[in-house]
Write a protein that binds this ligand. Structure first.
Ligand SMILES: CC(C)(COP(=O)(O)OP(=O)(O)OC[C@H]1O[C@@H](n2cnc3c(N)ncnc32)[C@H](O)[C@@H]1OP(=O)(O)O)[C@@H](O)C(=O)NCCC(=O)NCCS
Length: 155
């Protein structure tokens, strides 16, 4: 676990379901529901990171990955809207990517809506590069950008 005066970052698990349900419903429309999140947490391939802070301390941000055969996919990342643009997800994602790389993950993939400027800036700032796009990929009709980050060359 990493700690500073303000936040703590740690790996999560099934015991974090309630916090994830709460944050997911704040971050995404539509959110994954508790059944979907519980199914994700039950997978042996799931890797979850949480960031907590405040007084009293509560979970403020989360990142959900799936890791298979040395490759990770970032499935969800979200921050409590009251705590956005304070660098929390950058810290969380940077630490999670470092931990994955240390565990042997060679690259990380994700997809992001072309109009999600906050997420695009976050990913680019951490070394993700666009490697493809899928027009009309999301139910909204928005284009998905596919991003990849190579663990060895990202830093
Ligand atoms: C995208 C999201 C996870 C960013 O979390 P966050 O904790 O606010 O991000 P950070 O404060 O760590 O910001 C990191 C960088 O992202 C960019 N960024 C974050 N919020 C931004 C905003 N509102 N506008 C523009 N850029 C923004 C900036 O480049 C920022 O770096 P800077 O502060 O040095 O300018 C958050 O907005 C969120 O939960 N959104 C809803 C869920 C979502 O869209 N997830 C991604 C799906 S692909």
């Amino acid at each position: 676990m990493t700690a500073s005066p303000e936040v703590a970052i740690r790996a999560g698990g099934t015991e974090d379901l309630a916090a994830l349900v709460r944050l997911e419903s704040l971050a995404f429309t539509p959110p994954w529901n508790s059944v979907q999140l519980a199914s994700y947490l039950a997978l042996p391939t799931s890797r979850t990171w949480l960031l907590s802070g405040g007084t009293p301390s509560r979970t403020l941000a989360y990142a959900l990955f799936q890791v298979v055969a040395g490759e990770a996919e970032l499935l969800r990342i979200g921050c409590d809207p009251a705590h956005r643009h304070r660098g929390l997800c950058r810290r969380l994602l940077a630490e999670a990517l470092d931990a994955l790389a240390a565990a042997g993950v060679e690259r990380c993939f994700l997809d992001v809506a072309a109009g999600n400027h906050a997420a695009l800036a976050l990913y680019r700032s951490l070394g993700f590069r666009e490697t493809g796009r899928r027009p009309g990929y999301y139910p909204s009709g928005e284009t998905a950008l596919l991003f990849t980050r190579e663990s060895r060359t990202a830093r």
